[in-house]
Design a protein around this ligand. Structure first.
Ligand code: HEC
Ligand code: HEC
Length: 323
């Protein structure tokens, strides 16, 4: 008996030391640093067409986080739509300012960050989404736009606020949240004429619809997106800028709880203007006002081919009950 107690005491002490040690280690390490992966040598050759494409992608996929309403430029802001358990995080100033923006980042450093989430100083930008499935051309178009003479990216000397990650975010970024690997081969988008393949590319690569529209960011699989839990079935608990919860919706073609009964025209209206057959869409659903007909058609065709998931999100309740 006495021996058993002694062993128990030793076990408890060892456990306490381990937990305490882990906590100290996390606290000391903070958000981790990594060796900066090398991007293939790139020097983006901007053309007007490439810069226009970049503007469209930045407005769709970066501005919601980086656009500062006061400066009207991409000078960064507080992330009010982040769960408070993560601490207080600020999006960075990505204008051309050499000191406070990305004026001194090379194209290769920007590619590395967008692909992996690792900054040029090696620090993991843990809340910044990574775009590992995006085509090289699309990534380059974004960089062309960031270097352009558009007013939103002109040098703005607003410093990026120092990050205040919580202990939990530090612990997560040292354990389960990891940078994505640098692609080892060229990433090329499928031809737009192949609607299914192109639609898949838009959903997982260019616009990352699957990231918000699958069950949970924590179970998403950036390398094999279709293996994300509840792929495109909605229910991811997101927050809007007021910190209120907004569930993402089921966008599989399941007829009762998904969008199986929507026409392509209704689908186009909802993506471009946020107007659905049932009502209006609010942030954090982005407005894809510049989507081409070809893009809408491809996404619609691809979503029809995705395994249907029955998952009712709040807007379905009335519709189901009234049947
Ligand atoms: C969900 C919000 C979000 C989206 C969407 C987003 N970012 Fe960020 N980004 C952040 C946050 C937050 C940081 C700062 C992270 C940190 O310092 O830990 C950041 C950091 C960066 C940095 C690093 C700058 C520096 O000085 O450290 C660059 C460059 C960048 N983002 C570019 C982009 C581009 C280009 C896009 C669109 C393709 C984009 N971001 C989309 C939130 C976002
Ligand atoms: C940043 C997260 C986010 C991204 C990225 C995103 N969505 Fe959404 N989406 C949402 C949220 C949240 C809602 C619900 C909004 C509401 O309740 O007002 C929504 C709603 C929708 C709806 C309405 C469905 C219904 O049943 O009413 C459709 C369709 C849709 N999204 C399609 C897409 C497509 C296609 C893409 C990619 C091109 C995409 N979304 C990208 C978050 C996102």
């Amino acid at each position: 008996m006495e021996k058993a107690l002694r062993i128990l005491a030793v076990v408890v002490v060892v456990l306490l030391l381990a937990v305490g040690g882990f906590a100290l280690w996390v606290q000391n390490r903070g958000i981790p640093h990594y060796a900066v992966p090398k991007a293939p040598a790139v020097q983006v050759a901007a053309t007007p067409a490439l810069t226009d494409q970049g503007q469209k992608l930045v407005m769709a996929s970066c501005a919601d986080c980086h656009l500062n309403q006061q400066t009207r430029s991409l000078s960064g802001q507080k992330m009010r739509d982040l769960p408070p358990e993560f601490g207080t995080i600020y999006s960075a100033n990505i204008t051309q300012d050499p000191q406070h923006g990305i004026g001194r980042w090379t194209d290769a450093e920007l590619v590395t960050l967008l692909r992996t989430g690792i900054g040029k100083d090696g620090r993991y930008r843990v809340i910044m989404p990574s775009f590992v499935q995006m085509s090289d051309e699309d990534v380059h178009s974004i960089i062309a736009f960031l270097r352009s003479n558009n007013p939103m990216v002109q040098p703005d000397a607003t410093p990026t606020h120092e990050q205040e990650p919580s202990f939990m975010l530090k612990a997560l970024s040292n354990t389960v949240m990891k940078p994505t690997p640098m692609p080892t081969a060229k990433v090329v988008a499928p031809e737009p004429t192949d609607a299914l393949a192109y639609g898949r590319y838009l959903v997982v690569g260019r616009y990352k619809c699957y990231d918000c529209h699958s069950k949970d960011f924590k179970t998403n699989n950036p390398m094999e997106p279709e293996k994300s839990e509840g792929y495109l079935g909605g229910g991811n608990a997101l927050l809007n800028m007021q910190g209120q919860q907004v569930l993402s919706r089921n966008i599989t073609f399941e007829p009762e709880t998904g969008i199986g009964n929507w026409t392509e025209a209704q689908f186009a209206q909802s993506l471009r203007f946020g107007i659905t057959p049932q009502g209006t869409l609010a942030p954090p659903m982005p407005k894809y006002s510049q989507l081409t007909d070809q893009e809408v058609h491809a996404i619609y065709a691809y979503l029809q081919s995705v395994p249907k998931i029955k998952n009712a999100t709040p807007e379905d309740k009335g519709a189901i009950a009234s049947r």
